[in-house]
Design a binder for this molecule. Structure first.
Ligand SMILES: [Zn+2]
Length: 152
């Protein structure tokens, strides 16, 4: 049976033991086959750096999050309850979230009005849910963010 990833929500094929997007274990695989190994921990710092924004006071600002376990979530949006608050009027109140996994950051757009883009060289591409790896440049509204993971 296809299974839904508990971390990022992607539907994976039955034969996949790990999520094809974020690398999280299939729940059954975790209990049956990998139960002897201790649950992996990651000691990383996830950084969200504002590269460009109409909110000038935000430019150059770095939001840092210490990450201890895979699956940690960082929410990004215009509303104050987000962990990264971007008061750009073109950013949605709940715009996107970042899920930090052991093999990269999963970016998930939360149904924002203007979308979430990944910038690759001179191109930008709309994404819905995607593992962007250990570093990426994203655009939400008129704000560009660089996200990256470092070891601590
Ligand atoms: Zn997943």
């Amino acid at each position: 049976m296809p299974w839904k990833c508990p971390v990022c929500g992607t539907i994976n094929r039955d034969e996949d033991l790990v999520c094809r997007i974020c690398g999280a274990y299939k729940p059954e695989a975790t209990t049956k086959k990998i139960s002897q190994t201790p649950r992996e921990s990651i000691a990383a710092v996830a950084i969200v750096e504002v590269l460009e924004s109409p909110i000038e006071s935000l430019i150059g600002r770095k939001f840092e999050f210490k990450i201890n376990t895979p699956g940690a979530i960082i929410t990004v949006g215009r509303a104050v309850e987000n962990q990264v608050v971007i008061p750009d009027p073109a950013v949605s109140r709940r715009h996107m979230r970042l899920i930090v996994t052991s093999n990269g950051v999963v970016v998930e757009d939360l149904g924002s009005s203007n979308g979430t883009y990944i910038i690759e060289g001179n191109n930008e591409r709309l994404i819905k849910v995607e593992n962007v790896g250990r570093q990426a440049v994203l655009k939400i509204g008129n704000t560009k963010l660089r996200i990256y993971l470092t070891h601590r």
